[in-house]
Write a protein that binds this ligand. Structure first.
Ligand SMILES: O=C[C@H](O)COP(=O)(O)O
Length: 258
């Protein structure tokens, strides 16, 4: 049993406006107990336009729910229309920011090089990056999921020193399991998450690798989370669709009771 605190993060993607976000976080806050927060770190990753409202609620009511953004610019300021900088997210007291989600890689052509620049930007501003990695269906069918995913880990963490890497969160999300209802088996999840920890040990040493949290993501629900969390190298979940239902997300946080 590792002493890593599980991280359950709800990636809302492009869902819930700022008013809906307030209602949703209030529901979570009402349902989650001190015991839940002791056992599991809970985070929400709303759209940018919700962050100020979520911050106000979290700070005003001293909630233990963490929050963060779904993306950031690789640049700190300047003529980058439409982008949001790490400095801006830090000003809103974001704890986390996802980097290289498969939807960013697919629809915004984000390469490992771009992801690496974004991981660096996150650390420049004291944000913890959740680096998303994972293979598509073709790669999985060819049996190359481990090599593919480890190359993304190498690329995303290039030149990141151990002092920073020990706080990174890696989210393994097989693309074929995202939003499809097609969840990877616990053994599938462990195969790649275990390999990721092995690579982190090669890069940073076992002690640092043992501190890094590795999440699984892809059609996680209350009904399948316990088996996935029982795997030794899975330290939480990056939850998409099921995170939009507050009751379901709370059940996911309480994976030990499922
Ligand atoms: O970031 C979350 C993942 O893309 C998983 O999404 P999903 O739970 O809707 O499959």
């Amino acid at each position: 049993m590792s002493d890593r605190t599980p991280l359950m993060a709800g990636n809302w993607k492009m869902n819930l406006n700022h008013l809906e976000a307030i209602a949703h976080v209030q529901k979570l806050a009402f349902a989650l107990t001190g015991k839940d927060h002791e056992a599991v770190e809970v985070a929400v990753l709303p759209p940018f336009t919700d962050l100020r409202s979520v911050q106000t609620l979290v700070e005003g009511d001293k909630l233990k729910i963490k929050y963060g953004a779904q993306d950031l610019s690789a640049h700190d300021s300047g003529a980058y229309t439409g982008e949001v900088s790490g400095a801006m997210l830090a000003k809103l007291k974001c704890a986390y920011v996802t980097v290289g989600h498969s939807e960013r890689r697919q629809y915004h052509a984000e390469t490992d090089e771009v992801c690496n620049a974004k991981v660096k930007a996150a650390y420049r501003h004291g944000l913890t990056p959740i680096l998303c990695v994972g293979e598509g269906l073709e790669v999985r069918k060819a049996g190359n999921q481990v090599a593919h995913t480890l190359a993304q880990v190498d690329g995303g963490l290039k030149d990141i020193p151990a002092e920073q890497a020990e706080s990174v969160v890696i989210a393994y999300e097989p693309v074929w399991a995202i939003g499809t209802g097609e969840v990877a088996t616990p053994e599938d999840a462990q195969e790649v998450c275990g390999a990721i920890r092995g690579r982190l040990a090669e890069l940073y040493g076992q002690e640092v690798a043992d501190k890094i949290r590795i999440q699984y993501g892809g059609s996680v629900k209350a009904g399948n989370v316990a088996a996935i969390m029982a795997q030794p190298d899975v330290d939480g979940a990056l939850v998409g669709g099921a995170a939009l239902d507050a009751d379901e997300f709370v059940r996911i946080v309480r994976f030990r009771d499922q």
